[in-house]
Design a protein around this ligand. Structure first.
Ligand code: HEC
Ligand code: HEC
Length: 350
């Protein structure tokens, strides 16, 4: 088990970290600094820039050599069974590490059941995937490699294959003092992904005091986001995500968190996604069913059903009292969340 042992999560009630060192680091650094502007009233959940450092397990530091190895693995199609698909086939760097499709496309062009998530800022999430089923990047990394629908690779075969490549063998020796192992593969991929951060969006600059960074329309959107439209209830903190799970009435054929916990009351709940760089990562929602940000906001304004089909209550109600003319202001605010992402070049493979 590669997961960080200090990080346990309680799925029995509300999904939230119990004693997670990583989350505490995020919170502490997140509250540091001289932040002005959107925090406003103290009873409002806060909107804050990303912490300076991406949290990592103490026994798994992010070093330049490990990141370089992780980047080679991320772009290497040898990680898949037929040597045709790398992580970057689905998480395309030029598309904010997403793919621009409604649903992902897997092994032998099979359509996947979920929308591909962006990997920008992924190191700040305590729980991964739309349904939160992975607890660390280390735990997550081997899942797509082994999945018959995705990279369709046997891990023993992969270890053998990469051990036969001198450039990998020597790098694993130098970083981990071992041959190529699945544990090392997962750790290097995790370290690389912790470098995928986007900062200094117009909204971050506004938070740090640069008032002109937001247009009047985006400012109006921010006011709605924190006020009458109520978005901040779930979309807050440095990622603009509470890292909790909610049922907001999207799709009916995916149990989401319910399939992970086995609890009926979790059926149809999904992790609140980060809204950073959201303008670049459509289509939206776990099933890719909303093509544009306007369509997403229209869902909140008029599209939320009264209850899920099986009678389970939703965690939100449609904003039917609010004027439809507000949609474009909220979209302008969402567009101001696009930061400058690290430049990642495709490496030459060993
Ligand atoms: C065939 C397409 C495909 C490939 C290849 C693929 N992924 Fe993914 N990835 C997805 C999809 C789809 C999801 C969302 C799945 C879900 O929530 O059930 C996802 C989710 C993730 C997440 C969770 C992000 C979050 O916000 O929680 C991480 C991390 C990730 N992938 C990393 C990787 C790594 C590392 C590789 C290579 C080892 C990889 N992926 C290969 C399709 C792919
Ligand atoms: C009750 C919590 C909650 C509230 C309130 C809420 N959201 Fe969300 N939001 C979510 C969840 C959960 C999802 C993912 C749902 C899914 O995929 O089924 C989501 C998805 C999104 C997405 C798509 C993200 C992506 O990567 O696909 C955007 C954009 C968004 N919300 C914006 C907003 C805006 C704007 C508001 C206010 C009008 C709002 N949200 C209010 C919980 C919430």
């Amino acid at each position: 088990m590669i997961a960080n042992k200090d990080c346990r999560f309680d799925f029995s009630t509300e999904v939230r970290p119990v004693c997670c060192r990583i989350v505490m680091i995020v919170t502490l650094i997140g509250l540091d600094g001289d932040i002005v502007g959107a925090q406003g009233r103290s009873d409002r959940p806060s909107l804050i820039p990303l912490p300076a450092a991406v949290p990592a397990p103490i026994d798994q530091p992010v070093t330049p050599e490990k990141v370089e190895l992780g980047s080679l693995l991320f772009f290497d199609p040898r990680l898949s069974g037929d040597n045709r698909m790398s992580c970057a086939t689905c998480h395309v760097p030029e598309k904010s590490f997403s793919d621009g499709l409604r649903l992902g496309k897997g092994h032998a062009d099979k359509s996947l059941r979920r929308n591909i998530q962006s990997l920008l800022n992924v190191g700040f999430y305590p729980l991964l995937f739309w349904d939160g089923r992975a607890r660390s990047l280390e735990e997550q990394a081997l899942a797509p490699i082994e999945s018959a629908d995705e990279m369709h690779q046997d891990l023993h075969a992969l270890e053998r294959e990469l051990n036969a490549v001198p450039g990998y063998r020597s790098r694993f020796q130098s970083v981990f003092s071992t041959d190529v192992t699945r544990r090392g593969i997962a750790q290097a991929l995790a370290a690389f992904q912790r470098t995928l951060v986007s900062r200094r969006s117009p909204f971050d600059r506004y938070l740090l005091g640069e008032k002109a960074a937001l247009s009047d329309e985006a400012l109006q959107g921010l006011e709605l986001f924190q006020g009458a439209a109520g978005c901040v209830r779930c979309h807050h903190g440095p990622l603009l995500s509470d890292n909790k799970f909610h049922r907001i009435g999207i799709g009916l054929d995916d149990d989401g968190l319910g399939a992970v916990t086995g609890n009926r009351e979790d059926k149809g709940k999904f992790r609140t996604p980060s809204l950073r760089n959201i303008a670049e990562t459509g289509p939206y929602m776990h099933n890719g069913s909303r093509a544009s940000l306007s369509e997403v906001v229209i869902h909140y304004y008029r599209g939320v059903p009264a209850a899920a089909d099986d009678g389970l209550p939703l965690d939100i109600a449609p904003l039917s009292g609010q004027s439809f003319s507000e949609v474009s202001a909220l979209v302008a605010f969402l567009e101001s969340l696009t930061g400058e992402a690290v430049a990642i070049e495709r490496p030459e493979l060993p």
